[in-house]
Design a protein around this ligand. Structure first.
Ligand code: SF4
Ligand code: SF4
Length: 215
């Protein structure tokens, strides 16, 4: 297997996409006078799966910057997370388990956290590549604010995720190459990403030991 690594240019682009995402989020949050301060909940126990090799590789950059001892602690929590999710699913329940990267209510890989973690709170809209428009109402607290302030939720300010998603898709295409459609699709929780290790793909036939290029 060959590890999928973001080069400097692609890492910088992911960082820039995330920064823009945060800025766009803040604009909407400010308009709604919404913040996470004083929230009785912590949405890091919400169940999400993630879908790009790009975000998986970026998450691992942050994970590898942790000490050996911290990495082991995280891995233990990730294993437990997976067991707890399986137990919930076996009861036909949607899992609600604290993310293994959350310590005392805070994300320990804050700079490397994923897109869903950065956008969950405020209302948002997104056009998928197939043209379908998806609307996200925001978290329960934000929905309360929207229902107090607006007759209909469609009047509320929204974060437009489409250009950010397009940029992320462009990075994914450059990272994975033109055979991207042949690769296994990513559909993993953060814990599963950690336990599987950094993203990797099968070594191309021509790069395997003993195989000479062009033979
Ligand atoms: S996004 Fe919403 S639910 Fe999550 S911590 Fe912030 S206020 Fe609470
Ligand atoms: S990666 Fe960080 S922000 Fe995202 S769910 Fe886990 S602890 Fe929360």
């Amino acid at each position: 297997m060959k590890e999928v690594l973001l080069n400097e240019k692609l890492s910088a682009e992911v960082g820039s996409i995330y920064e823009t995402m945060e800025a766009d989020y803040d604009v909407v949050a400010k308009k709604l006078k919404f913040s996470c301060n004083g929230c009785p909940d912590n949405c890091c126990d919400s169940y999400f799966q993630h879908h790009t090799y790009t975000e998986w590789a970026y998450l691992f950059q942050g994970f590898r910057a942790q000490s050996e001892a911290k990495q082991q602690e995280i891995m233990k929590r990730a294993q437990q997370y997976i067991l707890d999710c399986e137990a919930a699913e076996s009861r036909d329940e949607r899992p609600q388990v604290m993310c293994p990267l959350n310590e005392e209510g805070r994300c320990i890989l804050y700079k490397n956290r994923l897109m869903v973690c950065r956008t969950h709170g405020v209302p948002a809209s997104m056009r998928r590549p197939d043209g379908q428009i998806l609307n996200f109402p925001g978290c329960f607290r934000c929905q309360e604010i929207v229902s107090r302030k607006f007759v209909h939720e469609s009047e509320a300010p929204q974060m437009e995720r489409t250009p950010l998603l397009q940029r992320l898709v462009a990075v994914e295409r450059e990272l994975m190459g033109d055979k991207i459609h042949l690769l296994p699709r990513v559909k993993l929780t953060i814990a599963e990403m950690l336990i599987q290790g950094p993203p990797a793909t099968a070594t191309p036939h021509c790069e395997r030991p003993g195989i000479k290029p062009g033979v």
